[in-house]
Design a protein around this ligand. Structure first.
Ligand SMILES: [Cu+2]
Length: 123
């Protein structure tokens, strides 16, 4: 084996082992509106789907406009039939960029957090 082949073998081994650890926490899988997207009509709710079920009492989402003002209409809720989905209602949005910050406590008691933006641009 050349050194390059040995290095490649180690990288492959890490790829095979790492996903199990990554899956142990609740990370954002996808969202609607999608992460980084531009939407033509203001959404009235945002859905966030995570890679693991969440603890409702310790998981939250804040949505802010460019000035930092909250546009949440109430707290985020968890769908009882799908505990890996957080939904947050929104006040009426105008055109602009919005930041979604999320904080999740997964059922395995690990916390994760992150943020993303989306843009409302009427066509
Ligand atoms: Cu975890």
């Amino acid at each position: 084996m050349t050194a390059r082949l040995i290095a490649a073998a180690f990288v492959l081994a890490e790829l095979l082992i790492a996903p199990a650890a990554v899956r142990a926490h609740a990370f954002l899988d996808h969202a609607d509106p999608a992460v980084g997207s531009t939407v033509p009509a203001p959404p009235t709710v945002i859905h966030l789907w995570f890679t693991q079920e969440l603890e409702p009492a310790f998981s939250w989402v804040t949505v802010t406009d460019r000035s930092g003002a909250s546009v949440n209409d109430g707290a985020a809720t968890i769908d009882p039939s799908n505990k890996s989905e957080l939904t947050v209602k929104l006040k009426p949005l105008s055109s602009g960029t919005y930041t979604v910050k999320w904080h999740a406590l997964s059922v395995d008691t690990h916390t994760t957090e992150g943020d993303f933006t989306f843009q409302v641009k009427r066509g």
